[in-house]
Design a protein. Structure first.
Length: 197
């Protein structure tokens, strides 16, 4: 039996993670079986177990990777409030609402993550904390710790607004949720840190 080099093994693992991330966000964690996932990735079920011991291990790895990618994207934003506004307008957009498979794992999966095991919830906690730190560093570059509470609230407002906009069938009301989400998050971002936290 031929052994694959480490680069091939890493490439295969990455393909599984990317496929699982897309399918989990589109169909849900519970709605995505290993067989369908591996078929979508163009691999056999046996290849799955060369990389992960269980679906639970995969879910934790996917959540960690999805949030790492999101945090990396955050770093490309302009500093300060300009970066926050760009983030909000991109995050709370009709395009993001309509393409959950390519978007934020928080808005797509929070309810399922809350029911997952400690490893997945731990991976989510670690990744979300990085996002909160990045938001806080733009809210108060001189003292990010002072903006921690506002950053937490902004992340919750963003994810909740996106979830609500996806649940509403009326396109006009759904778009209104997004618009007000941006406006309210910007208002929160512009509060004086001394009175907000």
């Amino acid at each position: 039996m031929a052994r694959y080099d480490p680069a091939h093994k890493e490439s295969t693992r990455r393909r599984i993670l990317e496929t699982a991330g897309r399918l989990f966000k589109h169909d849900g964690i519970d709605g995505t079986g290993i067989a369908a996932l591996m078929a979508d990735a163009g691999m056999t079920n046996g290849a799955f177990y060369a990389h992960f011991r269980s679906k639970e291990e995969l879910v934790a790895a996917v959540i960690a990777e999805e949030l790492r990618v999101q945090a990396t994207a955050f770093t490309s934003l302009p500093p300060g409030i300009a970066g926050i506004e760009q983030l909000l307008r991109t995050y709370l957009s009709v395009s993001h609402r309509d393409h959950r498979e390519a978007g934020c794992p928080s808005a797509a999966l929070l309810d399922e993550i809350a029911r997952c095991g400690d490893s997945t919830r731990g991976a989510y906690s670690d990744g979300a904390n990085v996002l909160v730190q990045q938001i806080a560093s733009r809210l108060a570059p001189e003292d990010p710790a002072a903006a921690h509470g506002r950053a937490l609230s902004m992340l919750a407002l963003m994810a909740g607004s996106l979830q609500l906009s996806r649940a509403i069938s009326d396109p006009r009301l759904s778009a209104e949720v997004l618009e007000h989400g941006v406006a309210n998050a910007l208002a929160l971002a512009c509060l004086d840190a001394s009175g907000a936290d």
